[in-house]
Ligand binder design. Structure first.
Ligand SMILES: C[S@@+](CC[C@H](N)C(=O)[O-])C[C@H]1O[C@@H](n2cnc3c(N)ncnc32)[C@H](O)[C@@H]1O
Length: 257
């Protein structure tokens, strides 16, 4: 288990916020005093720091903070009427309900939130507590103002393991169920470096796809490296990736299952 602390000279309000966060999620609270993060990381595998602006998480591998990652570029392309591969694989339209089983930074959820519009819903699940808390705080800040505000506010982020969530969820509750698990063979992506030590690394199984197919009305979609053997998961429909190292496997449920 990691710990929660503040910056070296926090305001009273911020220190209280950090203490409450620690209490609500049962994480040890450490008075920062003059401790360096290196010293704290000798005792804890990760340390959440509530500084004056945001919540971030330090690990020996780097600092995880919320940023919309590639969502900004993708949204710019969508606004210029350029297609988005994930949205093509999902076949998403306004008013639909999406379950993003692997929230991470919620970049994909932000793009899905754009596609479903104000009448749609995006529920995102994150199993890792520090990732969940950093991204929840980031979405809350982004939801207040700025260009991502309406999209961030449309995402309901939950701290949950998709395996438990899927079995507890009623059949056909979402139009699309989506997975973007940590890759077995990591792609070169600088933004993923601080996420990796904190993330849940389980590999998807055919049983997970079955569980998702019960909860989805229209489609189950999985993002993976282009060389991934999608048929292992029972996904024979794969988006043509062209020269891209990433592609999407799909299970279309509308033909009746
Ligand atoms: C590759 S990242 C997802 C990135 C995300 N699509 C985005 O746009 O930022 C995978 C995330 O899924 C989370 N995850 C993996 N297995 C999970 C599970 N069983 N339940 C919920 N979250 C899980 C990991 O902790 C990690 O944060």
């Amino acid at each position: 288990m990691g710990a929660v602390t503040t910056s070296r000279k926090p305001s009273e309000k911020r220190a209280l916020w950090a203490r409450q966060l620690a209490e609500n999620y049962n994480i040890p609270y450490v008075e920062r005093k003059n401790h360096s993060l290196e010293t704290l990381l000798d005792s804890y595998p990760w340390v959440l720091v509530a500084d004056s602006r945001r919540l971030c998480c330090h690990t020996p591998d780097g600092v995880l903070f919320f940023h919309p990652n590639m969502a900004a570029v993708r949204l710019r392309h969508l606004k210029a009427n350029q297609p988005d591969k994930m949205l093509k694989a999902m076949g998403l339209g306004p008013g639909q309900k999406v379950l993003d089983c692997t929230a991470g930074f919620c970049s994909d959820s932000l793009v899905a939130a754009w596609a479903v519009g104000e009448k749609g819903t995006v529920v995102a699940l994150e199993q890792s507590l520090p990732v969940f808390l950093v991204v929840k705080d980031g979405l809350e800040q982004a939801g207040k103002e700025g260009r991502f505000a309406p999209l961030a506010a449309r995402i309901e982020l939950k701290h949950a393991d998709f395996r438990q969530f899927l079995v507890q969820t009623a059949a056909k509750s979402f139009d699309v169920v989506y997975f973007d698990p940590m890759f077995d063979v990591p792609a070169h992506s600088a933004s993923m470096v601080p996420l990796r030590p904190l993330a849940c690394h389980i590999q998807l199984t055919a049983k997970d796809i079955e569980a998702a197919a019960r909860v989805a009305r229209r489609r189950v979609v999985v993002k993976q490296r282009s060389f991934y053997p999608f048929s292992r998961l029972g996904l024979d429909d794969v988006l043509d990736s062209g020269s891209s190292p990433i592609t999407y496997g799909m299970l279309d449920l509308e033909g009746g299952r």
